[in-house]
Ligand binder design. Structure first.
Ligand SMILES: Cc1cc2nc3c(=O)[nH]c(=O)nc-3n(C[C@H](O)[C@H](O)[C@H](O)COP(=O)(O)O)c2cc1C
Length: 186
Protein backbone atom coordinates (compact mmCIF):
# COMPACT_ATOMS: atom_id res chain seq x y z
CA UNK A 1 0.00 0.00 0.00
CA UNK A 2 1.24 3.49 -0.76
CA UNK A 3 2.01 5.42 2.43
CA UNK A 4 1.68 9.18 2.69
CA UNK A 5 3.90 11.15 5.04
CA UNK A 6 2.02 13.05 7.78
CA UNK A 7 2.94 15.40 10.66
CA UNK A 8 5.59 13.67 12.77
CA UNK A 9 4.04 15.14 15.94
CA UNK A 10 2.00 11.97 16.16
CA UNK A 11 0.19 10.59 19.19
CA UNK A 12 -0.70 7.01 20.00
CA UNK A 13 -3.83 5.72 21.80
CA UNK A 14 -3.51 6.18 25.55
CA UNK A 15 -5.25 5.05 28.73
CA UNK A 16 -7.13 7.79 30.58
CA UNK A 17 -5.92 8.16 34.15
CA UNK A 18 -5.99 10.58 37.05
CA UNK A 19 -2.70 11.05 38.86
CA UNK A 20 -3.10 11.86 42.53
CA UNK A 21 -0.61 13.70 44.73
CA UNK A 22 -0.45 15.68 47.93
CA UNK A 23 0.85 19.19 47.34
CA UNK A 24 1.68 20.94 50.59
CA UNK A 25 -0.48 18.30 52.27
CA UNK A 26 -3.54 18.91 50.06
CA UNK A 27 -4.82 16.30 47.58
CA UNK A 28 -4.63 17.22 43.89
CA UNK A 29 -5.56 15.27 40.76
CA UNK A 30 -4.65 15.80 37.12
CA UNK A 31 -5.72 13.93 33.98
CA UNK A 32 -2.82 11.98 32.46
CA UNK A 33 -2.81 10.11 29.17
CA UNK A 34 0.93 9.73 28.75
CA UNK A 35 1.25 6.67 30.95
CA UNK A 36 2.66 3.21 30.48
CA UNK A 37 3.71 0.12 32.37
CA UNK A 38 7.53 0.12 32.07
CA UNK A 39 9.01 -2.66 34.22
CA UNK A 40 8.05 -6.26 34.93
CA UNK A 41 9.44 -6.91 38.42
CA UNK A 42 9.09 -4.88 40.49
CA UNK A 43 6.01 -3.64 38.63
CA UNK A 44 6.64 -0.06 37.54
CA UNK A 45 4.54 2.51 35.73
CA UNK A 46 5.71 5.77 34.14
CA UNK A 47 3.77 9.01 33.80
CA UNK A 48 4.99 11.90 31.67
CA UNK A 49 4.04 15.28 33.09
CA UNK A 50 4.71 18.79 31.79
CA UNK A 51 7.19 20.52 34.08
CA UNK A 52 4.98 23.56 34.66
CA UNK A 53 2.06 21.61 36.11
CA UNK A 54 1.29 21.58 39.84
CA UNK A 55 1.39 17.78 40.11
CA UNK A 56 5.20 17.42 39.82
CA UNK A 57 5.53 19.57 42.95
CA UNK A 58 3.55 17.00 44.92
CA UNK A 59 5.33 14.00 43.44
CA UNK A 60 8.70 15.48 44.34
CA UNK A 61 7.60 16.56 47.84
CA UNK A 62 6.47 13.06 48.84
CA UNK A 63 8.15 10.70 46.36
CA UNK A 64 4.74 9.06 45.93
CA UNK A 65 1.77 9.33 43.58
CA UNK A 66 -1.31 7.38 42.59
CA UNK A 67 -2.62 6.39 39.16
CA UNK A 68 -6.40 6.06 39.13
CA UNK A 69 -8.46 4.64 36.26
CA UNK A 70 -11.86 6.36 35.94
CA UNK A 71 -14.86 4.79 34.22
CA UNK A 72 -16.93 6.66 31.64
CA UNK A 73 -19.21 7.83 34.47
CA UNK A 74 -16.34 10.08 35.64
CA UNK A 75 -15.63 11.57 32.20
CA UNK A 76 -16.67 15.12 33.12
CA UNK A 77 -14.75 15.17 36.42
CA UNK A 78 -11.71 13.65 34.71
CA UNK A 79 -11.75 16.25 31.96
CA UNK A 80 -12.13 19.02 34.56
CA UNK A 81 -9.00 17.75 36.30
CA UNK A 82 -7.30 18.04 32.91
CA UNK A 83 -8.24 21.63 32.21
CA UNK A 84 -7.80 23.39 35.56
CA UNK A 85 -4.64 23.51 37.65
CA UNK A 86 -4.36 22.87 41.35
CA UNK A 87 -2.28 26.03 41.42
CA UNK A 88 -5.50 28.03 40.93
CA UNK A 89 -8.38 25.67 41.76
CA UNK A 90 -8.97 23.35 44.72
CA UNK A 91 -9.45 19.87 43.21
CA UNK A 92 -9.26 18.12 46.58
CA UNK A 93 -13.02 17.77 47.11
CA UNK A 94 -14.16 16.44 43.74
CA UNK A 95 -13.80 12.79 44.76
CA UNK A 96 -14.06 10.65 47.88
CA UNK A 97 -10.50 9.69 48.80
CA UNK A 98 -8.66 6.90 50.53
CA UNK A 99 -5.03 6.23 51.37
CA UNK A 100 -2.94 3.09 51.38
CA UNK A 101 0.34 2.02 52.93
CA UNK A 102 2.38 4.95 51.60
CA UNK A 103 -0.01 7.42 53.34
CA UNK A 104 0.81 10.28 50.90
CA UNK A 105 -0.69 9.02 47.62
CA UNK A 106 -4.39 10.01 47.63
CA UNK A 107 -6.60 7.58 45.70
CA UNK A 108 -10.11 7.98 44.33
CA UNK A 109 -12.87 5.84 45.79
CA UNK A 110 -15.08 6.27 42.68
CA UNK A 111 -12.36 4.89 40.36
CA UNK A 112 -12.58 1.15 39.68
CA UNK A 113 -8.80 0.71 39.80
CA UNK A 114 -6.24 2.67 41.83
CA UNK A 115 -2.48 2.08 41.81
CA UNK A 116 -0.39 3.30 44.72
CA UNK A 117 3.13 4.19 43.59
CA UNK A 118 6.48 4.93 45.17
CA UNK A 119 8.70 7.16 43.03
CA UNK A 120 11.81 5.26 41.94
CA UNK A 121 13.19 7.39 39.13
CA UNK A 122 12.74 10.69 37.28
CA UNK A 123 13.91 11.35 33.73
CA UNK A 124 14.02 14.97 32.77
CA UNK A 125 13.08 15.62 29.13
CA UNK A 126 12.90 19.01 27.43
CA UNK A 127 9.27 19.83 28.29
CA UNK A 128 8.20 16.96 30.54
CA UNK A 129 9.38 14.92 33.48
CA UNK A 130 8.98 11.18 33.22
CA UNK A 131 8.16 9.91 36.70
CA UNK A 132 8.66 6.19 37.19
CA UNK A 133 6.82 4.66 40.11
CA UNK A 134 6.88 1.21 41.61
CA UNK A 135 3.33 -0.03 42.07
CA UNK A 136 3.35 -1.01 45.75
CA UNK A 137 -0.38 -1.78 45.93
CA UNK A 138 -3.39 -1.98 43.61
CA UNK A 139 -6.98 -1.53 44.73
CA UNK A 140 -10.20 -2.51 43.00
CA UNK A 141 -13.57 -4.05 43.84
CA UNK A 142 -14.75 -7.63 43.47
CA UNK A 143 -17.22 -6.61 40.75
CA UNK A 144 -14.40 -5.42 38.45
CA UNK A 145 -12.56 -8.77 38.46
CA UNK A 146 -12.77 -11.65 36.01
CA UNK A 147 -10.98 -14.81 37.15
CA UNK A 148 -9.38 -12.69 39.88
CA UNK A 149 -7.82 -10.21 37.43
CA UNK A 150 -8.76 -6.57 36.65
CA UNK A 151 -11.29 -6.48 33.81
CA UNK A 152 -11.08 -3.11 32.04
CA UNK A 153 -14.30 -3.76 30.13
CA UNK A 154 -16.19 -4.15 33.40
CA UNK A 155 -14.53 -0.94 34.64
CA UNK A 156 -15.64 1.01 31.55
CA UNK A 157 -12.05 2.26 31.29
CA UNK A 158 -11.41 4.97 28.70
CA UNK A 159 -8.92 5.45 25.91
CA UNK A 160 -7.74 8.92 24.80
CA UNK A 161 -6.96 9.72 21.18
CA UNK A 162 -5.15 12.85 20.03
CA UNK A 163 -5.20 15.21 18.21
CA UNK A 164 -8.96 14.64 17.77
CA UNK A 165 -9.10 14.81 21.61
CA UNK A 166 -11.73 12.14 22.15
CA UNK A 167 -12.45 9.90 25.10
CA UNK A 168 -13.31 6.46 23.76
CA UNK A 169 -14.82 3.42 25.39
CA UNK A 170 -13.04 0.10 24.93
CA UNK A 171 -14.12 -1.69 21.76
CA UNK A 172 -14.84 -5.36 21.17
CA UNK A 173 -12.18 -8.01 21.81
CA UNK A 174 -10.27 -8.65 18.55
CA UNK A 175 -8.34 -11.75 19.60
CA UNK A 176 -6.22 -13.43 22.25
CA UNK A 177 -2.72 -12.03 22.92
CA UNK A 178 0.18 -14.47 23.40
CA UNK A 179 -2.07 -17.03 21.76
CA UNK A 180 -3.43 -16.05 18.33
CA UNK A 181 0.05 -16.13 16.78
CA UNK A 182 0.65 -19.71 17.84
CA UNK A 183 -1.12 -20.95 14.74
CA UNK A 184 1.80 -19.59 12.65
CA UNK A 185 4.36 -21.64 14.60
CA UNK A 186 5.70 -24.58 12.65
C1 LIG B 1 -7.49 13.83 28.80
C2 LIG B 1 -6.29 14.62 29.24
C3 LIG B 1 -5.05 14.01 29.34
C4 LIG B 1 -3.94 14.75 29.73
N1 LIG B 1 -2.73 14.13 29.78
C5 LIG B 1 -1.65 14.83 30.21
C6 LIG B 1 -0.39 14.17 30.30
O1 LIG B 1 -0.24 13.00 30.02
N2 LIG B 1 0.66 14.91 30.74
C7 LIG B 1 0.53 16.25 31.06
O2 LIG B 1 1.53 16.88 31.46
N3 LIG B 1 -0.67 16.88 30.99
C8 LIG B 1 -1.75 16.20 30.59
N4 LIG B 1 -2.98 16.81 30.53
C9 LIG B 1 -3.10 18.20 30.99
C10 LIG B 1 -3.19 18.29 32.52
O3 LIG B 1 -4.07 17.32 33.06
C11 LIG B 1 -3.71 19.70 32.91
O4 LIG B 1 -2.85 20.68 32.41
C12 LIG B 1 -3.96 19.85 34.39
O5 LIG B 1 -4.70 21.02 34.59
C13 LIG B 1 -2.70 19.91 35.24
O6 LIG B 1 -3.12 19.95 36.58
P1 LIG B 1 -2.19 20.41 37.79
O7 LIG B 1 -1.57 21.74 37.41
O8 LIG B 1 -3.16 20.53 38.94
O9 LIG B 1 -1.15 19.36 37.96
C14 LIG B 1 -4.08 16.10 30.09
C15 LIG B 1 -5.34 16.73 29.99
C16 LIG B 1 -6.43 15.99 29.56
C17 LIG B 1 -7.77 16.66 29.45
Amino acid sequence: MKKIRIDHNTFIPMPVTLVGTLVDGKPNFMAVGWVSRVNAAPPCIAVSIYKGHYTPVGIEQNSTFSVNFPGTDLLVETDYCGIVSGRKVDKSKIFDLFYGELKTAPMIDQCPLCLECRLVDVHELSTNKLFIGEIVASYTEEKYLTDGQPDYQKMNAMILTMPDNKYRALGAVAGDAWSAGKKMKK
